[in-house]
Design a binder for this molecule. Structure first.
Ligand code: ZN
Ligand code: ZN
Length: 169
């Protein structure tokens, strides 16, 4: 999955493929790929600066941050990233973060396509993924999944606050 940068010119190089990536590299510890990654990528180069843009399609299984159940997250999205040699990133430091472009880096004389794809997949995974926007989560007291069942805690809490309300009066 390494492409020599000499093979990339200003006209660019188009890739279109399906690959399997290592799910241990997913940002989500419990994450797993349910499908291989279908991607198209266009690489173009201006001296040491390489632009990669394209589309990624895959499905990952990740845990909902509210109910902790695994769910399928479909990723079907365009991406655009600028790749610089490691050395340039070190030199430029913070000034790179000033525009909205996304940056990544490559080492030596080749770019690692798998690394670019993995970074993009991880960017598409939300920090707090939820299975559905209406997910009701778990009861903080007994851990019951409110999407599936009810528990006594809610009723007890309501009764207790009702009692307290009465005492205050
Ligand atoms: Zn959920
Ligand atoms: Zn409960």
């Amino acid at each position: 999955m390494h492409i020599e940068i000499d093979k990339i010119d200003s006209k660019g190089l188009a890739l279109d493929d399906r690959v399997a990536l290592d799910e241990n590299l997913l940002i989500e510890e419990e994450g797993a790929f349910l499908e291989d990654i279908d991607y198209s990528m266009h690489l173009s180069r201006e001296s040491e600066k390489i632009r990669a843009r394209g589309n990624i399609h895959t499905v990952v299984s990740i845990l909902c941050a509210r109910c902790l159940e695994p769910f399928d997250l479909k990723i079907d999205a365009p991406f655009a990233v600028t790749l610089l040699p490691v050395r340039a990133i070190e030199l430029a430091g913070e000034s790179l973060g000033q525009d909205d472009m996304e940056y990544s880096f490559y080492e030596g004389n080749s770019v690692d396509v798998a690394k670019i794809l993995m970074e993009q997949v991880n960017l598409f995974i939300p920090i707090k993924p939820v299975c559905t926007p209406s997910c009701r989560g778990l009861c903080p007291q007994c851990g019951v999944n409110f999407n599936r069942e009810h528990c006594q805690c809610e009723r007890l809490n309501n009764e207790t606050s009702f009692l307290f309300e009465n005492i205050k009066r």
